[in-house]
Write a protein that binds this ligand. Structure first.
Ligand SMILES: NC(=O)c1ccc[n+]([C@@H]2O[C@H](COP(=O)([O-])OP(=O)(O)OC[C@H]3O[C@@H](n4cnc5c(N)ncnc54)[C@H](O)[C@@H]3O)[C@@H](O)[C@H]2O)c1
Length: 445
């Protein structure tokens, strides 16, 4: 066993290995806290100085990660957060959790990985383990990181160690979190795999070693493609069944009683979040380089991205039945975050719905207790603040469009004065609304 390999293995085993986490966002922050809570010294890195500053004040900028947890960890003194990348040299293991967005033409934007790779390479010292966690197409670790590090004269598997391990964070999930979600790990060589497996195994309940970084990279993409395709199927069923006067939600409830061979996925107003709308296109892009076409992914993308337009159409038709046009109507969109009970609004279809309603001449407001002020994003800047979540406010609008199923919206009393609800999340039926009972007219979309 090489000296570096046995030295790092011993440090992992006695938890003296210093773990650096680059990118302290939805993925990196919980990971940093988990390693600290598992007894490792941790250094968190971010280019945004506001994040280390907030953490050192004991504050959390991610709502589902309580500030008590942050404050406790930082008070113990085993973790620090910084923008000073020279401190990478102090770390024995470096886990990279930076963004992997799409460019303007839906092409992978690896700039964050490349910049980070250069930062690490510049300070790479013998014996360090680097693991990429950002979701990306198969081949990224080998094609982008390996040459950057080897250019500094160290050999992978002896002088330094390199692996890929995808993050499977599901923000807001009450049952599964970083510690109990199995972690897939693919090493560039046996030594890298052994060290990365040992490191994650010291903090995470189940580690799943696989044959290569490419298998680990592709597994993550497959998981997200699986969701995107099945959500597209649910959306297509919604459109088809609706034309036949059949409620898709009742159909899914019935189908899911089958104890094998079926897994429920639900329709909605379109895809949101950092993963499902973006990651599958990393694979389609890379597949084209090999002359292969990922047609399921393209079709799913086509169906899912058409959903905001479908919601608009349904809203226009419903208003029409009420003797109103979209132009001049007051529309309230319920929910800005892309999924229920979290404060993450990235890629949320609510933005597109708001913009489309505005383009059609409606006067639009939104209500989201998790997002009091809409921040400008990569593609949208709606310049709105949330209206209060009250029955009086809801009664002021001609139509409510349910885009996110926040628990705050699950109160029938809120809709006492509402006239029309366009429901993309099946929020109304469980409240006993829209089934012919007194209350607003409810339209599924
Ligand atoms: N959010 C999720 O639920 C989730 C789940 C699984 C996988 N992922 C993947 O994990 C990766 C990170 O996603 P996220 O949701 O944590 O993103 P995020 O935007 O919440 O966090 C990324 C952080 O990296 C920082 N950053 C940007 N450039 C940097 C640089 N050069 N050096 C250091 N820090 C930098 C940003 O300031 C930000 O704090 C992505 O590849 C994403 O696809 C995300």
């Amino acid at each position: 066993m090489s000296d570096h390999r046995s030295t790092l293995a011993a440090k992992i085993s006695d938890r003296s290995a210093r773990v650096g986490i680059i990118g302290l966002g939805y993925v990196g922050l919980p990971l940093a806290l988990l390693f600290e809570e598992s007894g490792f010294p941790v250094v968190g890195f971010d280019v945004d100085p506001a994040k280390p500053e907030a953490l050192h004040r004991g504050e959390s900028y991610i709502r589902h990660i309580g500030k008590e947890r942050v404050a406790k960890a930082f008070a113990r003194g085993r973790i620090l957060a910084t923008t000073d990348f020279d401190r990478l040299a102090e770390c024995d293991a470096i886990l990279v959790c930076v963004p992997t967005p799409l460019g303007r033409h839906r092409e992978p934007d690896l700039s964050f990985i490349r910049v980070t790779g250069d930062e690490v390479a510049r300070r790479l010292r013998p014996g360090q383990l680097v693991v990429l966690e950002s979701t990306t197409y198969p081949g990224t670790t080998r094609e982008e990181l390996l040459p950057r590090f080897e250019a500094h004269g160290l050999a992978c598997g002896e002088g330094f160690f390199l692996a890929f391990s995808p993050e499977r964070e599901d923000p807001g999930n009450k049952s599964f979190h970083t510690q109990n979600i199995p972690k897939v790990v693919g090493g560039m060589d046996p030594a890298s795999l052994e060290l990365a497996t040992a490191l994650y195994g010291a903090a995470i309940a189940t580690v799943v070693p696989v044959a290569s970084p490419e298998v680990a990279e592709a597994a993550k993409i497959l998981e997200n493609v699986f969701r995107a395709v099945n959500i597209a199927l649910a959306n297509e069923m919604k459109v088809v069944l609706d034309k036949m006067g059949i409620n898709v939600w009742e159909v899914i409830d019935a189908a899911k009683t089958k104890p094998f061979g079926f897994m429920p996925f639900y329709p909605g107003p379109g895809l949101g979040g950092h993963c499902i709308p973006l990651d599958p296109f990393y694979l389609t892009w890379k597949a084209a380089e090999h002359g292969a076409w990922a047609r399921f992914i393209e079709l799913a993308g086509e169906i899912n991205t058409a959903m905001p337009e479908y919601v608009l159409e349904r809203t226009a038709r419903a208003l029409n039945r009420h003797g109103k046009s979209l132009k001049g109507s007051r529309a309230l969109v319920l929910g800005l975050s892309y999924k229920a009970d979290i404060d993450d609004d990235r890629e949320s279809p609510s933005f597109e719905i708001i913009e489309k309603l505005r383009e059609a001449g409606a006067e639009v407001a939104y209500c989201d207790p998790y997002i009091p002020v809409a921040r400008p994003g990569r593609e949208h800047d709606i310049r709105l603040s949330s209206v209060p979540c009250t029955a009086a406010e809801f009664a002021r609008h001609d139509v409510l469009v349910v885009s996110t199923a926040h628990s705050d919206f699950k109160d029938a009393a809120l809709y006492a004065g509402a006239r029309l609800v366009v429901d993309t999340r099946n929020l109304m039926a469980p409240l006993g609304l829209g089934t012919g009972a007194p209350g607003p007219d409810v339209v599924r979309a």
